[in-house]
Design a protein around this ligand. Structure first.
Ligand SMILES: [Zn+2]
Length: 173
């Protein structure tokens, strides 16, 4: 059986696939009860222009296609960032037994940071939650992405300034 750290490593590999696409790097994997990887996914929001294409949803879709059953009873979902409200709901709807995440999400986390969805009484299914597996590395890949993005933004601004200067030079010639 794969350890939490080993499974999170696979989710991090998925997250890195987002970077090449200019997507916010978040990755997820689904393991069945025997510990086999049955679903993988990474954030596709920008590529698909779809706010529902979060890593968790992508991994759940992949898993249910593979097993041919929308009920992922007994399965575990690993995700690099704390799930949002939509994903917390999807995890619950798919009957996943255990959700394990890396870094907390102060602005969207719906398991512990912003709200505690699974503390609301009356639902018919409550996944178990484990937080903070490889949290540092999961947060770092996000921090690196946003730092590089700001960097490329600065480069774009510089290029525009150069064009403005060159344009002014052409006009004066
Ligand atoms: Zn989400």
């Amino acid at each position: 059986m794969m350890s939490h750290v080993e499974a999170m490593e696979l989710a991090l590999i998925e997250a890195k696939k987002s970077v090449a696409l200019g997507e916010v790097p978040i990755g997820a994997v689904v393991l069945d009860g025997a510990g086999n990887v049955i679903g993988m996914g990474h954030n596709m929001t920008e590529s698909w222009n779809d706010p529902t294409s979060h890593a968790e949803i992508m991994a759940i879709r992949d898993a249910v296609r593979k097993v041919g059953d929308w009920r992922l009873t007994g399965c575990r979902l690993y995700v690099t960032l704390e799930p949002c409200l939509m994903c917390a709901g999807a995890i619950q709807q798919s009957r996943i037994a255990h959700v394990i995440y890396g870094a907390p999400s102060p602005k969207a986390g719906a398991l512990e940071s912003l709200l505690r969805t699974y503390d609301i009484p009356g639902f018919n299914h409550y996944p178990q939650v484990t937080a903070g597996i490889e949290a540092g590395r999961c947060a770092m890949i996000l921090a690196d992405f946003f730092r590089d993005k700001r960097g490329s933004h600065v480069v774009r601004e510089l290029r525009r300034d150069v064009r403005v200067v060159e344009g002014a030079r052409l006009e004066s010639e």
